[in-house]
Design a protein around this ligand. Sequence first.
Ligand code: HEC
Length: 306
Amino acid sequence: MNKLIPVYVRVPAIFFTVFAAMEFFIDSGDRPAFIKYPIVLLFLFLVLFLIIAIEICMSAIENVSYLLLSEEQKKELENRKPVRLQDTKWYQKIRGFFIKTRSVDEEGALLMDHDYDGIKELDNDLPPWWVYLFYGCIAFALIYMVRFHVFGGENQMQEFEREMADAKIAVEEYKKTAKDLIDEKTVVLLTDPKDLANGKALFENNCAVCHRADGGGAIGPNLTDDHWLLGGGIKNVFHTITNGGRDGKGMVAWKGTLKPSEIQLVASYVLSLQGSKPVEGKAPDGELWTEAEAGNDTKAEIAAEK
Ligand code: HEC
């Protein structure tokens, strides 16, 4: 064995086996263990050092014991044929699994009486790997047939449909929890006092400068009346806050500053101010807007479709 695998293969092989084992067993997250824990690096160096040291000792012992041999023994050793890889038992076994040839001497026994213009046919055995694969296929086919065609197992189509249905449910679940997936088409008016309180805080921080804390209007229009420049209702208001007002009027798009869920909160708060009639509120701007007249086709939807 010693002679079979040369030292320049043996040393790296042992070293990398140890290295791989360390990486496999030490949990070091996304970084290699030897970078995360320097002690591992130290240990690997030690291992490498030891392997080399052992190799050196072994070859020294071999040299010394050679010197101790008598002349006759030395001669005998030199005459001994080196063991070739091809002669080892395990090599023969592996080879036998792939090819099962007979020696040329046996050819006569294999010869079939097929003879085509001097081309003769030998009755060689099939390679064992092929034969086992074939038996394996037969076993597989039997099990498959019984499972899917006798006991009615789930076929690919049914499996696909089931997985798609599961995925659909999962997407619905996700949409429920992912608040920021809403847009002007899916947004709904929030009426929960907690949500309105959050909306109020957002309004006071961002919008009160122009619309006044009570929504009565200053630079921006009065938000508490039923007249709207850009359309009323949650969808339009959400659209206005997200994308801003008309160019040059001063109402910027808030989508870069506020998350969709926050815009929903503040829009709901704005709509909760409807009819609150703040003192000294600005006169109504725009047109009278009613949900019924606008129907489902809100301005926001028209704008979105353009
Ligand atoms: C810099 C001043 C300014 C700020 C800050 C501001 N707005 Fe406005 N807002 C305006 C102006 C001006 C308009 C009118 C736009 C137009 O005429 O197109 C307007 C229009 C609106 C409208 C539409 C009104 C209608 O009649 O259709 C809504 C809703 C609105 N703002 C909500 C908000 C909210 C919510 C915030 C805070 C996130 C906010 N605004 C922040 C100036 C402002």
